[in-house]
Design a binder for this molecule. Structure first.
Ligand SMILES: [Zn+2]
Length: 158
């Protein structure tokens, strides 16, 4: 499978490079991104182009991490371009993105609603806030999971 190949190729080069660096460069989603481009490449010319381009980075990922600021910026732009294309043209999204956004939105909404409710009924704001935050987080997580599962069924999650 293409995603595993990309992982292998990158892992071989990434010895000696810390997990923090990998995370900072957003490399966790990258192999799946390449896989998604590849799966659309046969029917979409733009995906084909983006796939070819991203493969250049796969082959020399160390140059991206340890290279010049410019090289790093090129890489980030290529990644963003691919993410945007997959989103707009193929309605596909990376795994985890929806979940984290949904959890964050749930927490903030829960916190806001609970603090407001606590304020209106002159309750314990901290207590209400904590409870609202928790409920919001759980709701957000549930909503995010359901949405991701639906996307996955439609082959729109990578
Ligand atoms: Zn495409």
């Amino acid at each position: 499978m293409i995603v595993d190949d990309v992982f292998d190729k990158m892992n071989k080069q990434l010895e000696g490079i810390s997990k923090g660096e990998v995370r900072a460069a957003n490399l966790e989603v990258f192999p799946r991104l390449v896989g998604a481009l590849h799966s659309h490449a046969s029917s979409c010319a733009r995906c084909g182009e983006l796939y070819e381009k991203s493969n250049l980075y796969v082959d020399d990922i160390v140059a991206v991490l340890r290279g010049s600021k410019e090289k790093r910026k090129d890489f980030e732009e290529a990644v963003n371009e691919a993410l945007a294309h997959l989103h707009h043209e193929h309605k596909a999204l990376p795994k985890g993105k929806i979940l984290s956004t949904s959890v964050m939105a749930g927490m903030l909404t829960g916190l806001g609603v609970a603090v407001l409710a606590g304020y209106i009924i002159s309750g314990d704001l901290m207590g209400y806030g904590a409870l609202g935050w928790l409920i919001g987080m759980i709701s957000g997580w549930t909503v995010g999971k359901v949405r991701e599962r639906n996307l996955k069924k439609q082959n729109r999650l990578y």
